[in-house]
Design a protein around this ligand. Structure first.
Ligand code: A3P
Length: 299
C-alpha cells in the first residue's frame, strides 16, 4: 500500500476540528459533520464486511481478527499497511473514504456510527456487520485515557467531569447506552453478529471461531491458533501495524498514554469512586432493564 496514503490520513487527522456538532441527536466531531453528506451517501458493495462499535470497545482487536480471517490467517498480508489504511474508518478522515472507494472487494470497513446514522446503502446491500460491545465502565475508563492522548478529541477535563459527560451522552459518537441498545435491537433485522469484549477476553478461540463461521469461512485449527496468537494483547501491543505508534504525536500523544493500554476487564475498579459506581449502576439499570442486553464488568 502507498505510504503516501498513511501520511495523508495522518495529516488530515492532525488538523481535525474537535468541536462537537449535533447530527440527528448525536454529538459528532466537527470534522465528521463537515463531510457528513459524503459519509451518509457512501456506497456499500456486495461482499463488504463492517466492524462496528462504540469507541474503545475492542474495535482494533476485532478488525485485526477479521482481516486475518479474510486473509486465511496469512500474517504477512495483515502487515501490508497500518490498520487504519487496511480497514478504512468511514467517518474519520476524508481520505479514508477515498481509500475505501478505490479498494478492491471484498472490503473490510470500520465505523463507530450509531445504527440510525448508518449510510442506507449498507442495508440495501445487506452487508455482514460484526458489532463489538464492551461493558460501559471499562469503556468509560478507556475513553477517558484516549481523550487525554488523542488530540482529535475534545479536552476531557477532569476525571469527575468526564464521568458526568460520559453518563450524559454528550460525547463523541453519543451515548454508550443508545449505541449498544440501538445495534442490539437491529440484530434480528440484518446480518449482524453481536460480540462482547469480555467474551473475547474469556475465550478468544471460541469467539474467533464464531466470527469465522459468520463470515462463511472454515479455517483449520492451526490457522485459528495462529490468528489467536497474532491478535493477543501482547502481540498487538508490539505490532506497529496496529498499535497506532505510527501516528504523529500531534494526533496521538503516546507520552500521555498508549493506545494498547491495559486490555483487561475490570480496570474501572481502579478509577470509579464508590459514589460514582452507585450512580453508574443506577443509570445502567434504568437504561438497560428490559432490553435483553447485559454486560459483565468482571470475569
Ligand atoms: P484499554 O484502554 O482498556 O486498554 P478500540 O480499538 O475500540 O479503540 O479499543 C481500544 C481498547 O481495546 C483498549 O482498551 C485496548 O487496550 C484494547 N485492546 C486492543 N487490542 C486488544 C487485544 N488484543 N486484547 C485485549 N484488549 C485489546
Amino acid at each position: 500500500m502507498d505510504p503516501e496514503i498513511t501520511e495523508k490520513i495522518m495529516q488530515e487527522m492532525a488538523i481535525s476540528k474537535t468541536t462537537l456538532i449535533d447530527i440527528e441527536g448525536v454529538p459528532m466531531l466537527q470534522s465528521i459533520s463537515d463531510v457528513w453528506d459524503t459519509i451518509y451517501n457512501f456506497q456499500a458493495r456486495d461482499g463488504d464486511v463492517v466492524v462496528v462499535s462504540y469507541p474503545k470497545s475492542g474495535t482494533t482487536w476485532t478488525q485485526e481478527i477479521l482481516d486475518l480471517i479474510l486473509q486465511d490467517g496469512v500474517v504477512e498480508k495483515s502487515m501490508r499497511a497500518p490498520c487504519f489504511v487496511r480497514v478504512p474508518f468511514l467517518e474519520m478522515a476524508y481520505t479514508s473514504l477515498e481509500v475505501a472507494n478505490s479498494m478492491p472487494s471484498p472490503r473490510l470497513l470500520k465505523t463507530h456510527l450509531p445504527v440510525h446514522l448508518m449510510p442506507p446503502s449498507f442495508w440495501e446491500k445487506n452487508v455482514k456487520i460484526v458489532y463489538v460491545a464492551r461493558n460501559p465502565k471499562d469503556c468509560l475508563v478507556s475513553y477517558y485515557h484516549f481523550h487525554k492522548m488523542d488530540n482529535t478529541m475534545p479536552d476531557p477535563g477532569t476525571w469527575e467531569n468526564f464521568f458526568s459527560t460520559f453518563l450524559s451522552g454528550n460525547i463523541s459518537w453519543g451515548s454508550w447506552f443508545d449505541h449498544v441498545i440501538g445495534w442490539w435491537n437491529s440484530k434480528g433485522k440484518h446480518q449482524i453478529l453481536y460480540v462482547f469484549y469480555e467474551d473475547m477476553i474469556e475465550d478468544p478461540q471460541r469467539e474467533i471461531q464464531r466470527v469465522m463461521r459468520f463470515l462463511g469461512k472454515d479455517l483449520p485449527e492451526e490457522v485459528l491458533q495462529k490468528i489467536q496468537h497474532h491478535t493477543s494483547f501482547s502481540s498487538m501491543k508490539a505490532n506497529p501495524m496496529v498499535n497506532y505508534d505510527v501516528l504523529l504525536p500531534s494526533v496521538l500523544d503516546t507520552s500521555i498514554s498508549t493506545f494498547m493500554r491495559k486490555g483487561t476487564v475490570g480496570d474501572w475498579k481502579n478509577h470509579l469512586l464508590v459514589s460514582q459506581n452507585i450512580l453508574f449502576d443506577e443509570e445502567y439499570k434504568k437504561k438497560l432493564d428490559g432490553s435483553g442486553l447485559s454486560f459483565r464488568t468482571e470475569l
